[in-house]
Write a protein that binds this ligand. Structure first.
Ligand code: CDP
Length: 226
C-alpha cells in the first residue's frame, strides 16, 4: 500500500495541553501506531545536554539529530540503548527542546524519522506541525488546547506523579514562555491550521476529549465510505 494512503490523525497543540495522553488513547482504541514527535525534540535536547554541546549552534544540534540513536519499544524510549523515557520529561529538557526546535536544520533532520512512523493500519501523531508540515495529507487534523492555567495544573500533576518536584507558578511562567517561542518562531510555528478542528479541553475530561477525536474520525470514515 502507498504510504500516503495510510490514514493519519494529526493532533497539534501547545505545551502540556494533554494531547499526548489523548493521542495515545485514540491510537490504542483504533489499534494505530503512535508518534510522540515532541519526544524526538526532547531526545535531541537530552543528547545535546549530555554532550555539553552548544545549544546556540544550529549545525551542531542538527548533527546530533541526524545521528540520534533512538529506539521506541512498547512504552519505552531508548537513547544509545539506555531507557530515557522519564529523563526526557524534565522541564530543562523541554526548554532546550523548544530552543533547538526553532532551528530549521534540526527540524529537517527529524522529518523523515517522523514520516517513517506512518505504517499500517494507521498513525496518530502528536506535536506542533503534524498537520501543517509532516503529514499535510492527514485525514483528520486537530488543534488540541486548554487555558495556560489548566495546562500548568496538568503538567504539575504529571511531574509529581513521576516523582519530580514542581511548582505551579513556575510551570505557568514556563508554559507561557514556551507558547510564545513555539508560536512566534519563523519555521513551523504553533498555530491552528485553517483545516484543523479546534478541541478546547479546558473543561473536558481526558475521556471526553478522546471521544471527541474518535467521533470526528468516525465522521471521516463515514464520508470516505460514501
Ligand atoms: O511537553 P510539551 O507538550 O510542552 O512538549 P513536547 O510535545 O514534549 O515537545 C517539546 C518541545 O519540542 C516543544 O516545546 C516544541 O518546541 C518542540 N516541538 C516542535 O517544535 N515540533 C513538534 N512537532 C513537537 C515538539
Amino acid at each position: 500500500m502507498q504510504t500516503n494512503k495510510i490514514p493519519v490523525i494529526a493532533i497539534d497543540g501547545p505545551s502540556a495541553s494533554g494531547k499526548g495522553t489523548v493521542a495515545q488513547l485514540v491510537a490504542r482504541k483504533l489499534g494505530f501506531h503512535y508518534l510522540d514527535s515532541g519526544a524526538l525534540y526532547r531526545l535531541v535536547a537530552l543528547k545535546t545536554i549530555q554532550l555539553h554541546a552548544d545549544t546556540q549552534n544550529p549545525g551542531a544540534a542538527a548533527e546530533i539529530a541526524i545521528h540520534l540513536n533512538v529506539f521506541f519499544k512498547d512504552e519505552h524510549i531508548y537513547l544509545d540503548d539506555i531507557i530515557v523515557t522519564d529523563a526526557i520529561r524534565t522541564e530543562q529538557c523541554g526548554i532546550v527542546a523548544s530552543q533547538l526546535a526553532a532551528y530549521p536544520q534540526v527540524r529537517a533532520a527529524l522529518t523523515e524519522r517522523q514520516r517513517a512512523f506512518r505504517q499500517l493500519p494507521g498513525l496518530v501523531a502528536d506535536g506542533r506541525d503534524m498537520g501543517s508540515v509532516i503529514f499535510p495529507d492527514a485525514v483528520l487534523k486537530i488543534y488540541l488546547t486548554a487555558s495556560a492555567e489548566v495546562r500548568a495544573q496538568r503538567r504539575h500533576k504529571q511531574l509529581i506523579e513521576k516523582g519530580m518536584s514542581a511548582n505551579i507558578a513556575d510551570l505557568l511562567q514556563d508554559i507561557q514562555k514556551r507558547d510564545e517561542r513555539d508560536s512566534n518562531r519563523s519555521i513551523a510555528p504553533l498555530q491552528q491550521g485553517i483545516d484543523a478542528k479546534l478541541l478546547d479541553t479546558t473543561s473536558l475530561t481526558i475521556s471526553q476529549a478522546q471521544d471527541a477525536v474518535l467521533s470526528w474520525y468516525n465522521d471521516v470514515l463515514a464520508k470516505t465510505r460514501v
